[in-house]
Design a binder for this molecule. Structure first.
Ligand code: HPA
Length: 271
């Protein structure tokens, strides 16, 4: 595993000009941030050795090196999901590669269902913590001692300083943000009414099918993380007449995307 990670990182370092300080993973309908980048080099995932190839509708699958707000970054436009059939180690492989490229911070966005009753569709939620309900953990198996400890502590999965800065940025720019806890599970099924209720009871504010594995791997390697969920739909267990569709998720995400992008850009500028 470590050999593959090194080989892919060496390939990218040979082809990309500058080492990135931050990685960015953009979720469903949230890829527009790359339009603010001055792109230096871009790879389709199928051009990168050992990168799994993204298949889900709405995900383009490009690894993009460039400058954002004067900082060198590497962005994944289109993330890899567990429900596509990859192993949990495969979907988190790019984060490990990014560590060897030099990143110290990871910015993640996702589309999520709102569980908190005060949320509405189109809200942004700064992720303050998560609950892992994937049936797997990317760190299961032999520990990669060169990357991090066997039992990584997870007391601050999302960086408090970045969260505080993001709230300040949102306020200064008249962007309303919520904050809360994200519960991640494998999908691809959306939740049953009872599952939505379960997630509320255990204390989650939003639910989705990503982010948690990537953050676990990043924290193992001591990368600081910051995440935003775009609330694309509300979990309404009592309303079987308004089921959530993937098209709805994508279109709400796309309309909320500029607000999220602004927060990411200003946060990255402040690094
Ligand atoms: N559940 C799980 N994942 C999601 C949802 C949801 O309601 N909305 C967007 N991604």
């Amino acid at each position: 595993m470590i050999e593959k990670i090194k080989k892919t990182a060496e390939f990218l370092l040979r082809h990309a000009e500058d080492k990135p300080v931050a990685g960015i993973i953009l979720g469903s309908g949230l890829g527009g941030l790359v339009n603010s980048m001055s792109v230096k080099r871009s790879f389709n995932y199928n051009e990168v050795p050992d990168f799994p190839v993204s298949t889900v509708e709405g995900h383009r699958g490009r690894l993009i090196f460039g400058e954002l707000e004067g900082k060198n970054v590497v962005a994944m436009q289109g993330r890899l999901h567990y429900y596509e059939g990859y192993s949990i180690q495969q979907i988190t492989f790019p984060v490990r590669v990014m560590k060897l490229l030099g990143i110290r911070h990871l910015f993640l966005s996702n589309a999520a269902g709102g569980l908190n009753k005060s949320f509405t569709a189109g809200d942004l939620m700064i992720i303050t913590d998560h609950i892992n309900l994937f049936s797997d953990n990317p760190l299961r198996g032999k520990n990669l001692d060169g990357l991090g400890p066997r039992f990584p502590e997870m007391s601050e999965p999302y960086d408090r300083t970045l969260i505080a800065k993001a709230k300040k940025i949102a306020k200064e720019n008249n962007i309303k943000v919520k904050s809360g806890i994200y519960v991640g599970s494998s999908g691809p099924t959306l939740e049953t009414p009872s599952e939505y209720r379960h997630f509320r009871i255990i204390g989650a504010d939003a639910t989705g099918m990503s982010t948690v594995p990537e953050v676990i791997v990043a924290r193992h390697m001591n990368i600081t993380c910051f995440g935003i969920s775009v609330i694309t739909n509300l979990a309404e267990p009592e309303d079987p007449d308004s089921p959530t569709t993937h098209d709805q998720v994508k279109s709400v995400a796309e309309s909320a995307e500029p607000k999220m992008t602004l927060i990411f850009k200003k946060l990255i500028a402040s690094l």
